[in-house]
Design a protein around this ligand. Structure first.
Ligand code: F6P
Length: 358
């Protein structure tokens, strides 16, 4: 009998259920009576608290097109993983205990950046671990793309498309703030797909003068509106001079709810234009996975099943040059995949006249 535990950790995204569908199909299609599946509830929190349930393979059927996770998600920040929980429980020991109590042969962990740090720690502690790359941020090193990303790009693009029609009727500046945490993948792709005039991402600190210049140029060219796609993590050139602590203080004093409002105030001040802000927020992580993510997630799940059957542990399944592959966890954990400001996609976007504020 092969016993496999599954957990979905961190923020959810589209494709989590699709990945579990592929995984369980891959594990059970030919070995149905030789595999036992345990669903760990609410990510690492369930593993810490021994919150799990034995599940039938049939419970993973008809979920390929479902958003969210049938197991639930939670955040257990890695920086606090070695601190005792509110009941004084040692979290790492508790997770190892649950794994042993269940007699698992492998724990499959679906997650993003923070999740992979803990997954790598558990692997180093002796647990058999296989992981899958999920995140709308697309910031996981070792995979060309993570599932959830394309669905979020589609939603964000649709948001910008909707703004376009209202923008065409008004002479205003529209700012759409998109997720992505510390990286600009989502904003870059949705920004281009949505035909934005200005795209601001954390990897290219912006100069407000350049943004204002781009808006004024459009006004002079008799273009009535300007659409900016800005990432939630943007930083200006001046802000780059602050230490992390100083920046936190400065922003606290400014009282802007988020990046779009901060730059929006600067633009209104400098151009006199009416500014409107749209923050789609968690809508970007919601709804059904797009077809691309269903294919990607289920293929990654099937690959993870293959690794388990071969007793190959300590890997994240990944995409490399359009092929499903695997990469050692220690090459992924704790590293961030950022947009290269010199990348072809930026050069081509600039050639189309998109301003990056640099
Ligand atoms: O990592 C995915 C993500 O959606 C980021 O883009 C965003 O910064 C963050 O999670 C939001 O986290 P939460 O759902 O905990 O508010």
């Amino acid at each position: 009998m092969i016993k496999v535990g599954i957990l979905t950790s961190g923020g959810d995204c589209q494709g989590l259920n699709g990945a579990m569908y592929g995984l369980v199909k891959g594990l059970t299609e030919t070995n149905k009576d030789k595999v036992e599946i345990y669903g760990i509830l609410d990510g690492y929190t369930g593993l810490i608290n021994g919150d799990y349930k034995k599940m039938k393979p049939e419970e993973f059927e008809n979920i390929l097109n479902l958003g969210g996770s049938i197991l639930g998600n939670s955040r257990q920040p890695f920086k606090k993983i070695n601190e005792p929980d509110e009941n004084g429980k040692d979290k790492v020991e508790a997770m190892k205990h649950t794994y042993k109590e269940l007699g698992l042969d492998c724990l499959v962990i679906l997650g993003g950046n923070g999740t992979h740090k803990t997954a790598n720690l558990l692997y180093k502690e002796g647990l058999n671990v296989v992981t899958l790359p999920k995140t709308i941020d697309n910031d996981l090193v070792g995979t060309d793309v993570s599932f959830g990303f394309q669905s979020a790009v589609d939603i964000a693009t649709n948001t910008i498309d909707c703004i376009h029609t209202t923008a065409a009727s008004h002479s205003r500046v529209f700012i759409v703030e998109l997720m992505g945490h510390k990286t600009g993948w989502l904003t870059l792709h949705a920004g281009i797909a949505g035909g934005s005039d200005v795209i601001l991402i954390p990897e290219i600190p912006y100069d407000l003068d350049k943004v204002v210049e781009a808006i004024n140029k459009r006004i002079n060219d008799k273009k009535h509106f300007t659409i900016l796609a800005v990432a939630e993590g943007i930083i200006s050139k001046e802000e780059m001079l602050y230490s992390k602590k100083e920046l936190k203080e400065v922003r606290k004093k400014e009282h802007y709810p988020s990046a779009a409002y901060r730059i929006g105030a600067g633009i209104m001040d400098r151009t006199g234009q009416e500014v409107r802000v749209t923050v789609p927020g968690h809508v970007q992580r919601g709804g059904s996975p797009c077809a691309y993510d269903r294919v990607l997630a289920s293929r990654l799940g099937a690959k993870a099943a293959e690794l388990i059957m071969n007793k190959e542990y300590g890997y994240m399944v990944c995409v490399r040059n359009n092929q499903i592959d695997k990469i050692e966890l220690n090459k992924v954990a704790g590293r961030l995949k950022t947009v290269d400001p010199q990348a072809g996609i930026i050069t081509e976007a600039k050639a189309m006249g998109i301003c990056f504020g640099d």
